[in-house]
Design a protein around this ligand. Structure first.
Ligand SMILES: Cc1cc2nc3c(=O)[nH]c(=O)nc-3n(C[C@H](O)[C@H](O)[C@H](O)COP(=O)(O)OP(=O)(O)OC[C@H]3O[C@@H](n4cnc5c(N)ncnc54)[C@H](O)[C@@H]3O)c2cc1C
Length: 492
């Protein structure tokens, strides 16, 4: 390889320098590196990035560029079709190779295959790595040689693994080609909203690799110990909130695994060990979701259990809108939906309950819910989102049984016992005492008046009656279950 000619490092969902295997390998060539991000919004992706993710991407690219500038180089941003943009860049720079971390979504995989073969025909080899997952999906099969469809054996397999991270420190100076290359400005990508709805998101998050590492350290030092007993409490702060950082690859799951397991050898208390295991198990759910998406690429739109295609949903735009806007009249549900809208994130327990409410109480198709999450979550992730929705609905791999219908009142009482989560996100009920805050329609009228709550005026009546909605859902699901598909058999 001619040492004067550069190599290209193409960033995608791996917006970091630390533990980035493609970047580490590019560095090892000792050639100058051209760092590029390509924004393609040509409509070819069935899942174009949602609004909240675009906001995040803007900040994340800015943060990555700052890291590169500190090291004497910069991020080149190009807009347009990835293949043409890369070809042009390779020709402009006489690059000898391209480095990237693999993508696992159907659109990314198909595009990468084509780009790789075109570049190869130009005599430019592509070097690709796993920078996103703990284990690459095509390296894993169950005992019968098939993809895993059940989580427990998948997790068992991970418990025996050690994950190596790219250990080399990021140099303070990076080899640059010295050539001035055209880059479009970040602003021209129009990733940020024109009407500023992102105030709450901005107040909640600081995208970028630096904050990802800071969050991980804080989590390990202070929160992890209570993860096992507290992770279902949306009114408290026991989970890592690393999901958007993982989603944009600002931190790698291997770094998380590595930093956490390094503590397991220490003399930290037993609760820490138990919680760390629980946390790593959750992290492995992420790999499981990617495993499913890789082997069953239809899951963003199609139920894994094919008979669910015949499910009799009751599509209704008004029900969907009430759910989206957090106006269902069920305070715990509304709190979750408003947390999502305001901050771009929702606690996992509440994701499960709001998703169950949409699909079971309101009988709206899970795909409508997944689309809304896709647009509003800063951690919108095709694999996790598709698996999460199918799991709750009961039509996915290793899913919750269809007859599990979360009770939106008792779930609130159990996981938000003092009503503080509701008080934060549904302020119009903020002073209502326990237990009425969980079911204001049961409160004595005088008490409601005392707290300035006027049902149907300041806060809605429940849009469905819980016992009736539960019965309707069970009947609909039972009708389908009677001839449920048995073709999707667990073979793990
Ligand atoms: C209907 C539904 C939709 C979801 N959509 C998404 C999504 O678009 N993007 C997303 O990242 N997660 C999604 N999840 C999974 C989960 O809710 C979030 O990953 C989690 O709430 C993120 O918070 P955290 O980082 O504090 O998690 P922690 O509890 O701190 O866990 C650490 C990491 O492990 C992974 N993880 C944890 N729980 C799960 C899980 N159940 N499934 C997959 N990975 C998990 C995440 O990457 C998370 O950041 C969804 C869950 C449901 C039920």
């Amino acid at each position: 390889m001619n040492p004067k000619n550069p190599v290209i490092m193409w960033f995608r969902q791996d917006l970091r320098l630390r533990d980035n295997p493609a970047f580490s390998s590019a560095l090892k060539t000792k050639a100058p590196i051209v760092f590029v991000y390509i924004w393609s919004d040509d409509g070819s992706n069935q899942w174009p990035m949602g609004g909240a993710s675009r906001w995040w991407l803007h900040q994340s690219l800015h943060a990555l560029d700052a890291q590169l500038l500190k090291r004497g180089t910069a991020l080149i941003i190009r807009r347009g079709d990835s293949l043409s943009s890369l070809k042009t860049l390779a020709q402009e720079t006489s690059a000898t190779a391209v480095y990237w971390n693999r993508r696992y979504d159907p659109h990314g995989r198909a595009a990468d295959l084509q780009i790789k073969s075109t570049l190869l025909s130009m005599n430019i080899p592509v070097h690709e790595y796993n920078g996103t997952l703990l284990i690459d999906p095509d390296l894993l099969t169950n005992k019968t040689g098939h993809p895993y469809q059940v989580f427990t054996p998948f997790w068992r397999r991970y418990q025996t693994e050690m994950f190596d991270i790219a250990r080399n420190a990021v140099p303070t100076q990076l080899p640059s080609s010295g050539k001035r290359l055209h880059s479009v400005s970040l602003e021209t990508l129009n990733l940020e909203p024109t009407i500023d709805w992102a105030k709450g998101i901005r107040a909640t998050w600081t995208p970028g690799e630096t904050d990802a590492l800071r969050r991980l350290k804080t989590f390990i030092r202070t929160q992890c110990v209570s993860y096992e007993h507290g992770r279902n409490r949306p009114d408290q702060n026991h989970t890592s909130q690393l999901s958007p950082y993982l989603c944009f690859g600002e931190i790698s799951p291997k770094t998380i695994w590595h930093e956490l397991t390094a503590q397991l050898g220490s003399d930290r208390e037993k609760a820490f060990h138990v919680s760390a295991q629980a946390f790593l198990r959750q992290l492995t759910w992420r790999d499981f979701a990617y495993h499913l998406l890789y082997h069953y690429p239809q899951i963003p739109t199609q139920p894994l259990r094919a008979k669910f295609n015949r499910f009799r949903w009751n599509e209704n735009a008004q029900s969907l809108a009430s759910w989206q806007r957090g106006l269902t009249g069920y305070p715990f549900i509304d709190a979750g939906m408003r947390q999502l809208w305001t901050t771009g994130w929702m606690h996992n327990r509440v994701r499960m309950i709001t998703a169950s409410f949409l699909t079971k109480h309101l009988l709206q198709p899970w795909q409508r819910g997944a689309e809304w999450f896709w647009d509003t979550l800063v951690d919108a992730d095709l694999a996790n989102n598709s698996m999460g929705w199918q799991w709750v609905t009961g039509c996915g791999a290793d899913a919750a049984p269809y007859f599990r219908i979360f009770n939106p009142i008792t779930q609130g009482i159990k996981f938000d016992p003092n009503g503080n989560y509701i008080r934060q996100w549904v302020p119009e009920l903020g002073t209502l005492p326990i237990p009425w805050i969980h079911q204001p329609w049961e409160a004595p009228p005088l008490l409601l008046a005392e707290h300035q709550v006027s049902l149907g005026v300041t806060y809605p009546y429940p849009i469905v009656n819980h016992p009736q909605a539960r019965k309707r859902a069970l009947e609909t699901f039972t009708a389908l279950q009677s001839d449920m598909d048995s073709s999707f058999v667990d073979t793990s």
